[in-house]
Design a protein around this ligand. Structure first.
Ligand SMILES: [Mg+2]
Length: 382
């Protein structure tokens, strides 16, 4: 038996180096929740919730409330049965009417890390592979002017040349001409591969498909995929773009939870699914999405919200253990002004690599609670 003794919950706020803009939002801070778990034999692990209501469906307040309620049901339990733990969380959702995918993700991450430490295995091995699959990773550029975009591309090429950077992801604004010009400019400066993310910016699927096909004519197969062209949940529009675009279309916001992803997969409305653990409810649910997608021969990528090295480590372990994973977008920790983990998982040969250490392969910096310099704040709430 490995019994859960305590759960601690903290608000985690980090100012970003520069504002990050996507089609419908600009972020200046990461506003997450950090949890630490300790077992009765004093082994501990951590997890992270990265809520953003329009994408994950929950606010930070809801995530914290869910974690507080979950603590009441989980403390004293044997934590080695992940299925059983998720059943307890599903019951809690049912009883409380409160749903927080990101809180479940934080718990799932911390449970798997703790199980890994007890079994002396890295999380990717717990997921069934003896050697991690190496998947190329993108660095993301938010919506900016062409000039600023090109400047960031050059900075990335300079700062991450030793990491073997070979893919860049560009956020699209939903304005055909501007998007096409910007993508062409980036392709001139950067000779690697590109992924694009419309974040629902194209209301008209015909315009989306036409725009993407013009990009394809200009740049060809160096654009390997485009995420979420149209308003989320509109499966017909998504499927229209998928059927008319030369570039593979991936569902992201439309495939948030297992149930959402199931709908997209069963309608064959996308060529691929972007599994973000924070919207799926953790690796337990992400794996179910991956297995279903594999059955339909639908490709996978793993993305992230604004996450630190903790939640990114969960994504890296997950992505490197799933079949059909062709891309990762696990980069948000690389450009934060502060690291809260001792050693972030490596970015090498263009890929994020899990390491062969028990659990997630990362640990919280010891001095982290002492750092109060305006960049980071860590407030205990439970
Ligand atoms: Mg996306």
């Amino acid at each position: 038996m490995v019994v859960l003794k305590s759960i601690k919950i903290f608000k985690l706020d980090i100012a970003l180096r520069e504002p990050f803009r996507i089609s419908f939002q600009t972020f200046t801070h990461l506003n997450n929740v950090l949890i630490t778990l300790t077992s009765t034999d004093n082994i501990s692990s951590c997890g992270e919730a990265a809520p953003f209501k329009p994408i994950t469906g929950d606010s930070r307040e809801e995530a914290i409330r869910f974690l507080q309620l979950a603590a009441g049901r989980l403390i004293g339990r044997d934590i080695r049965d992940l299925h059983e733990l998720h059943m307890i969380l599903s019951e809690l959702e049912h009883d409380s009417g409160l749903i927080s995918q990101t809180a479940k993700t934080a718990l799932d991450t911390a449970f798997l890390c703790l199980i890994g430490k007890i079994e002396n295995k890295p999380v990717f091995k717990l997921l069934g592979v003896s050697k991690p699959n190496i998947v190329k990773n993108t660095l993301t550029i938010g919506i900016k002017s062409i000039q600023d975009t090109v400047r960031t591309v050059k900075e990335y090429m300079r700062d991450f040349s030793e990491s073997g950077l070979s893919r860049i992801k560009l956020k699209l604004a939903g304005d055909s001409e501007k998007d096409i010009n910007r993508v062409i400019k980036v392709a001139e400066v950067f000779d690697g591969e590109l992924t694009l993310d419309a974040n629902q910016g194209y209301v008209d699927p015909e315009i989306a498909a036409r725009t993407f096909n013009r990009m394809y004519e200009e740049i060809g197969e160096r654009i390997i995929l485009i995420e979420e062209p149209c308003p989320k949940g509109d499966i017909d529009k998504l499927k229209y773009v998928k059927e008319h675009s030369e570039i593979p279309i991936f569902a992201d916001e439309s495939a948030a939870t297992f149930e959402d992803a199931k709908k997209v997969i069963e309608h064959e409305a996308a060529d691929g699914i972007n599994i973000k653990l924070q919207k799926a409810g953790g690796i337990y649910w992400g794996k179910k999405i991956a297995e279903l997608a594999n059955d339909y021969n639908i490709k996978l990528m793993t993305g992230c919200m604004l996450e630190t090295g903790i939640s990114i480590a969960a994504g890296v372990n997950f992505a490197s253990a799933m079949k059909g994973m062709i891309n990762t977008d696990l980069d948000s920790d690389l450009t934060l002004p502060i690291n809260i983990v001792e050693k972030p998982l490596p970015f090498q040969n263009g890929a994020r690599i899990p390491i062969d250490k028990p659990g997630l392969g990362i640990s919280l910096r010891k001095e982290i609670r002492d750092i109060i310099n305006g960049t980071l704040s860590l407030i205990p709430v439970f």
